[in-house]
Ligand binder design. Structure first.
Ligand SMILES: NC(=O)c1ccc[n+]([C@@H]2O[C@H](COP(=O)([O-])OP(=O)(O)OC[C@H]3O[C@@H](n4cnc5c(N)ncnc54)[C@H](OP(=O)(O)O)[C@@H]3O)[C@@H](O)[C@H]2O)c1
Length: 381
């Protein structure tokens, strides 16, 4: 979260059939949920509609302790506890909350949740795995607007439930898909494979319900590997490689990327468009043409370029077992070529200013690199 950014969080308990209340009361009593509600909201302003406020007064005999209570009512003469703030619209309530805090919680009920959904940044939902009769319900949590980033299953005495966190999807990620597409780029030896594995673990740890699909370039076309092994001249067969890579990538987009994004999965690719842009430009082709040729392919939501110096790349490659890597170093055997590659990656980032491309310094410990990547992922997604 960028500095000074205010955060509006909706917190609610929601039954399987979306019911949240009955006769101005909660239809269930779950101790662990009340404990979590207190832990999350304590010390922060809580915003609620008049009905919810009055049901709290009825249950506790006072407003929620340890939190600034802000109640919304249309009644200009509303009288209550002197410590409770009164607002006459949701916007006024949020403004009052932000006067003393960077974070505010919307705690209900139906009318206020409905109005706050478009404004909220995050949802903390206790999903109760049973339907209840009631007269108040929670609005639909649409997959195109919200990404579930964490889910914890719980077994209650008579009721099973789960704690879920949802984050608002950035607007740019909403086009026709529910999933998140991330590409890793960089010179061979930059350590991107390790970082992909670590990011997979990070995403999976957020929720075991996150489906993560891994893919790579080249995808299926074995001819590409043959060409890469045919000779060790880094400048040969530029046009042919560019064409084959782009056709192969189209197939990958159709078979793997798009269907999985439509299902709401995470797709992580080891190399993607930028590889062709960096490598085949280094071979002598035109960068803008390589960008244009790939315009019809879906763009990743985030690209990480793991950046190392040409000297470090050569040093790492020398250390590797050449019997495993074989001649795959067609492109990486010459330091001049690697220098061009690195320049091209950085230049492509400049040319594609509207994309989320992050240069990650790959000359640090694995842990430091992973920490930075996960931090960016958490901020962006
Ligand atoms: N499961 C959960 O997590 C959870 C959490 C909270 C509440 N609940 C349940 O939700 C139910 C209450 O929901 P509800 O929809 O009946 O009531 P509510 O949202 O708590 O309060 C509605 C009242 O807020 C005021 N209000 C709403 N929008 C306003 C606006 N734009 N400007 C000015 N005033 C505005 C109005 O008060 P005036 O009439 O005074 O103008 C309105 O009658 C209860 O059953 C409660 O138990 C459940």
């Amino acid at each position: 979260m960028p500095e000074n950014k205010k955060e509006l969080i909706i917190i609610a308990g929601v039954a399987k059939n979306n019911v949240i209340g009955s006769k101005n009361q909660l239809p269930w009593h779950i101790k662990e949920d009340l404990k979590r509600f207190k832990e999350l909201t304590f010390g922060n302003p809580v915003i609620m509609g008049r009905n919810t406020y009055e049901s709290i007064l009825q249950a506790l005999g006072k407003p929620l302790p340890g939190r600034k209570n802000i109640v919304i009512t249309s009644n200009a003469n509303y009288q209550t506890n002197p410590e409770t703030l009164i607002a006459h619209s949701l916007q006024e309530a949020i403004q009052k909350a932000y006067e003393s805090s960077d974070k505010a919680f919307i705690i209900g009920g139906q009318q206020i949740y409905q109005q706050a959904m478009p404004l909220a940044d995050k949802l903390e939902i206790t999903h109760i795995h049973r339907s209840f009769k009631g007269d108040a319900s929670f609005p639909e949590i649409k997959g195109e607007d919200w990404l579930e980033t964490k889910r914890e299953e719980k077994k209650g005495e008579n009721l099973d439930f789960s704690f879920s966190t949802y984050k608002k999807r950035p607007q740019s990620l909403k086009v026709n898909k529910n999933g998140i597409f991330i590409a890793f780029e960089g010179i061979d030896g930059c350590g991107k494979s390790t970082q992909i594995r670590n990011l997979v673990e990070h995403i999976f740890n957020k929720s075991k319900y996150n489906h993560i699909i891994l893919t790579r370039n080249p995808y299926k076309n074995m001819n590409i590997r043959d060409i890469l092994h045919q000779d060790s001249d880094p400048y040969s067969q530029a046009e042919k490689l560019a064409d084959l890579f782009i056709i192969d990538r189209k197939q990958m987009a159709e078979e793997m990327v798009i269907p999985n994004l439509e299902k709401g999965h995470f797709v992580l690719s080891d190399r993607y468009k930028l590889s062709t842009i960096a490598y085949q430009t280094a071979q002598g082709l035109n960068m803008q043409q390589l960008i244009d040729k790939q315009n019809s392919l879906p763009d990743p939501d985030i690209v990480f370029i793991v950046d190392i110096s040409p000297e470090e790349a050569i040093r790492r490659m020398k250390k590797e077992d050449i019997s495993i890597r074989g001649k795959e170093h067609k492109f990486e055997a010459s330091i001049d070529f690697i220098r061009k590659l690195r320049e091209n990656y950085l230049k492509a980032k400049e040319m594609l200013k509207d994309r989320k491309i992050f240069i990650i310094n790959g000359e640090r410990t694995r842990e430091e690199i992973t920490e930075e990547i996960c931090k960016i992922f958490d901020m962006e997604i």
